[in-house]
Design a protein around this ligand. Structure first.
Ligand code: HEM
Length: 377
């Protein structure tokens, strides 16, 4: 597959191979160590690929370095914190729903802008303690990082704006490490054998915020589109015959909010013994989650939305192996509450357009609808 900037990568769509590569020791996410040319500074990479591989954080690291960077994040995203956040998530969702009151029954509402977008942003803001006044600027800049059609200059501008805001957050967390996620991160990072610098902490925050917002916005929107365009499946969920969690897992399988995460590299020349596939040292690899989730050997009739499909939970939507998403429990809680409460408040809601006609992300990374017009009914 040719990626922006002329980068050639091996795209992997076989889910079993994708899992073996993601979990095994021969494949790394650390371009600075394992991508020849880039490592030596003789290969120039710009645009979206540069932004995704250019930061040193849990996502772009390998081995012990990864374990050290990931531990504080995992420590800050425990089930205990998700439980503690649940009443707050409920209250955020009710507030956003209240904001929609007064909309006429036949008036179109954009579910993304008026609903889905607000929930993860509010949750992350409260989780981190981001001052509300920084949020609009932050959101705009963060959205820019996902636009794979953006040029190198726009991308660099978005990145600069996000990093500047994060610097301020780290400064304030060092002074007041309160009981929020940044406080946990600072405490866990400082307690480790080699404490993280301010820049490293900032890069971790950047990762959490970017990874935790747009993904969840798309997951909420896509689940609602799937349910509203499959009334029989919606009935199974609203009647209690299928849990909303199962509908979410199936929606994430069929249309994962993260279609792929650039990039991985072969640490050395090796052969995958089961498939016989050979990889050269340093070869870029793109695990294509959206493709792997439609594998017809793993999923019967893979394009069908079926909330009673048990295999939905076994998809690659949250990744696999040591980098598997540490925010999955939080995301699941947010999305289930957001979609359940929306459907309770608006049982007669209808899509104003067929799903095929909805605007979609221009990205091979971020995967979702940018606008979903509905009539609340
Ligand atoms: C539906 C929502 C979400 C989806 C679909 C999603 C998906 C993913 C995927 C595919 C990866 C890469 C895994 C791999 O390479 O194997 C990942 C990593 C990550 N996600 Fe999520 N994510 C979501 C929500 C969140 C949330 C809410 C947070 C935090 C608040 C979060 C934080 C992270 C972090 C920090 C990583 C990097 C972990 C590492 O490399 O060790 N994600 N996520």
């Amino acid at each position: 597959m040719e990626l922006p900037g002329g980068v050639l990568a091996r795209a992997v769509v076989d889910p079993a191979l994708a899992e073996r590569l993601s979990a095994g020791p021969h494949v790394s996410r650390d371009a600075a160590r394992h991508w020849p040319g880039y490592r030596e500074g003789t290969r120039s990479v710009d645009g979206v690929i540069a932004q995704w591989i250019g930061t040193h954080n849990a996502l772009n690291s390998y081995g012990d370095d990864h374990r050290q960077l990931r531990a504080p994040i995992a420590a800050a995203l425990t089930r205990r914190r998700v439980e503690a956040m649940t009443p707050e998530i409920e209250s955020i969702v009710q507030d956003v729903l209240d904001g929609l009151e007064g909309t006429g029954a036949d008036q179109n509402v954009d579910l993304v802008q008026s609903y889905a977008l607000h929930i993860p942003h509010e949750v992350i803001t409260r989780l981190l303690g981001v001052p509300a006044e920084h949020l609009p600027a932050f959101s705009t800049a963060a959205a820019g990082l996902f636009d794979t059609s953006a040029g190198a200059e726009d991308m660099a501008r978005s990145m600069g704006a996000v990093l500047a805001l994060l610097d301020r957050l780290v400064d304030s967390a060092r002074m007041h490490p309160w009981d929020n996620l940044i406080g946990d991160l600072v405490r866990a990072a400082d307690a480790s054998e080699s404490p993280l610098s301010d820049t490293a902490l900032r890069d971790q925050l950047m990762l959490i915020i970017i990874a935790g917002t747009e993904t969840t916005v798309h997951a909420i929107g896509t689940l609602l589109v799937h349910l509203l365009s499959h009334r029989d499946q919606l009935a199974l969920v609203t009647s209690g015959q299928a849990p909303m969690e199962d509908a979410l897992m199936e929606s994430l399988r069929l249309r994962p909010p993260v279609a792929s995460v650039p990039l991985r590299f072969a640490v050395r020349q090796f052969q995958d013994s089961r498939s016989g596939e050979e990889f050269d040292e340093g070869e870029p690899i793109l695990v294509h989650i959206a493709g792997a989730n439609l594998d017809s050997e793993r999923y019967e009739d893979p394009e069908r939305f079926d909330v009673r499909r048990n295999g939905g939970a076994r998809s690659l939507a949250f990744g696999y192996g040591p980098h598997v998403c540490p925010g999955a429990a939080l995301a699941t809680r947010e999305i289930v509450i957001a979609v359940t409460r929306f459907l309770e408040r608006h049982p007669d809601v209808r899509l104003a357009r067929a799903p095929d006609l909805l605007e979609q992300t221009a990205s091979f990374i971020s995967n979702g609808y940018t606008s979903i017009a509905v009539e609340l009914g």
